[in-house]
Design a protein around this ligand. Structure first.
Ligand code: SIN
Length: 291
């Protein structure tokens, strides 16, 4: 795709931002109701680019929710409290006093859930003067660039992802892990919700039919193997799946909205703005059982 209006699209423009994935969509005001035809083109752009970005949007929480609902049911985060008036929206705020950021590892959202979020919609309400970009990685490419032998070996494997007390959290509960780091992400008890799940390492996208690696920092080990046995292969796959040529990097401005497909991407929020404040509103869309 070049930088001009894509011939397939009548209503929107899609400008690719990197070779591997990511496109900025122009010609859409998300604060208004979106026609079905326009939505169909946005969906096609998402499938083609895996993550899409809209600039200069003026969205109230209600308008962001209205756009999110066009993609399916809202997936409520099992641990994190939403806004009091809009429980479907999580506020991700990193203030100057917070050392750690939210999402600062390569991951796909909520892999620890039996039906992880299909997509995530993130809207920037306040961004630091510089820094706070998000990186994305194309997991179709990660799969397709492996050798035939490696693909055959990986095909039957399942990963086990853990949401509470996993390696990512140093064995702590998520509440303890975030307590002193992210003052404004409100973590709640999970109750009976399932926070450990096994998923295929190679999954088939239900809409595009393409195969991708399905990986992220919630993965602890391969089903039927120990952590020690799993780690060398996980290390290789983590390095491979986030190779620079599979990625793009998005520099936020206030009013930018990103929507990514968790089924074929990983993402990483860069923590490089110690003196800045970043405030985002996040909504996730319900997904199905990965196969
Ligand atoms: C996330 O991992 O969902 C947050 C990404 C970001 O804040 O850039």
């Amino acid at each position: 795709m070049d930088g001009s209006r894509n011939a397939r699209f009548q209503h929107i423009e899609a400008h690719r931002i990197a070779g591997a994935l990511g496109a900025e969509i122009a010609g859409v005001d998300l604060a208004r109701d979106i026609d079905d035809e326009v939505l169909q083109e946005i969906r096609a752009a998402l499938h083609e680019n895996l993550v899409i970005f809209f600039r200069d949007q003026e969205l109230t929480p209600d308008r962001q929710l209205a756009f999110a609902r066009r993609w399916g049911e809202i997936h409520l985060h099992p641990f994190i409290e939403g806004l009091p008036e809009h429980p479907e929206i999580i506020e991700i705020r990193k203030a100057e006093t917070d050392k750690r950021n939210f999402g600062g590892t390569w991951h796909s959202d909520q892999m620890f859930a039996p039906q992880p979020a299909m997509g995530t919609m993130l809207y920037a309400r306040q961004v630091p003067e510089a820094g706070g970009d998000t990186m994305f990685s194309n997991q179709y490419l990660a799969y397709e660039t492996l050798s035939d032998g490696m693909r055959r070996m990986l095909e039957p494997l399942k990963t086990v992802s853990v949401g509470e007390g996993g390696k990512k959290y140093g064995g702590k509960s998520r509440r303890e892990f975030y307590a002193d780091r992210l003052t404004t992400v409100k973590v709640r008890d999970t109750g009976d919700l399932q926070t450990t799940s096994a998923h295929p390492l190679v999954r088939t996208h239900p809409e595009t039919g393409r195969k991708s690696l399905y990986l992220g920092s919630h993965v602890q080990y391969f089903e039927g193997m120990t952590e020690e046995e799993s780690q060398p292969l996980l290390d290789f796959l983590t390095r491979h799946s986030t190779r620079p040529e599979f990625t793009c990097r998005f520099a936020w401005r206030t009013g930018s909205l990103a929507f990514w497909d968790n089924r074929c991407t990983q993402h990483f929020a860069i923590n490089d703005y110690p003196a800045g404040t970043r405030l985002m509103h996040r909504i996730t869309i319900r997904g199905d059982t990965p196969v």
